[in-house]
Design a protein around this ligand. Structure first.
Ligand SMILES: Nc1ncnc2c1ncn2[C@@H]1O[C@H](COP(=O)(O)OP(=O)(O)OP(=O)(O)O)[C@@H](O)[C@H]1O
Length: 249
């Protein structure tokens, strides 16, 4: 697999990025006695797309779950818009403007696309259904189809669109390209590019390097529960082999 070519050092830093929206410091996380994350530190600026890349079992999903408060057995500091989250339950964290789209997508199979979109309570700043349909017309076309009748890619789009209803400031996306055909992966990529253009901040967990490098401004490499490297977008081409090595089994 090759990644998009960029001249090393050529990409300008994004002057449009805001201040730090998420700051994770020395995060340690546990499943029972099992110590899975070791002093993970990372940060995200407003409007930035940051990827977490690494092999199966590296700790990417656990990092998202810990940030979102779904996994409570953790230590360290997680600051979101300057607010410390590490003692808050996940529903409180969601109300502060963070949204998690898990790998399993969790859309409701018996409800239609529209009903799935109507289910989350619309909050101030949340996307209206019209805005969602305008940006992602495939969901309008499928509006009356049951969740179970959607393709994997459409389910993924619906799962992402649904969380926009609550007006999140930061999206945590767990392997949105997982299990999808290349042409569908491109559709999801376009959807995320649209969100990026709208100024959304995103943490993207990926094993698909091509997909991650297309979207992300920076990459954190996770190996055995630790962040071992950080690679900026403009360094990707020069460090492609290293990145591929991190992901190879
Ligand atoms: N519920 C759980 N109970 C115990 N151990 C777990 C649990 N979930 C994950 N683990 C272990 O924690 C480690 C990190 O898993 P995690 O799911 O975060 O990895 P990942 O990088 O997201 O990889 P994948 O793409 O396979 O999900 C792995 O060793 C995994 O076996």
């Amino acid at each position: 697999m090759s990644v998009p070519q960029q001249a090393p050092g050529a990409a300008p830093p994004r002057p449009d990025l805001g201040g730090e929206i998420l700051s994770v410091r020395n995060l340690n996380a546990y499943y029972g006695q099992s110590h899975v994350l070791h002093d993970v530190s990372l940060n995200v600026r407003a409007g930035e797309v940051v990827s977490l890349i690494g092999r199966n079992g590296a700790g990417k999903t656990t990092t998202l779950k810990s940030i979102m408060g779904v996994l409570r057995s953790r230590t360290g500091s997680i600051s979101f818009n300057g607010r410390e989250l590490s003692r808050l339950p996940s529903h409180h964290i969601a109300r502060l403007g963070m949204a998690w789209v898990p790998e399993e997508r969790a859309i409701l199979a018996t409800l239609s696309v529209r009903e799935n979109l109507e289910l989350p309570p619309a909050r101030a700043g949340g996307w209206s259904i019209d805005k969602i349909y305008q940006h992602f017309p495939i969901l309008r076309e499928r509006g009356h189809h049951a969740g179970s009748k959607l393709s994997g890619g459409e389910q993924q789009m619906l799962a992402i669109a649904r969380v926009l209803r609550s007006g999140p400031k930061l999206l945590l996306l767990d392997e949105p390209s997982e299990g999808l055909a290349p042409v569908i992966v491109q559709q999801i990529g376009r959807m995320l590019e649209t969100l990026k253009a709208e100024g959304m901040s995103i943490v993207l967990v990926e094993q698909n390097l091509r997909f991650a490098t297309r979207l992300a401004d920076r990459h954190y490499v996770i190996v055995n529960g630790s962040v071992v490297d950080e690679v900026a977008r403009h360094e990707v081409a020069a460090r492609e082999q290293e990145l591929l090595h991190y992901l190879s089994v």
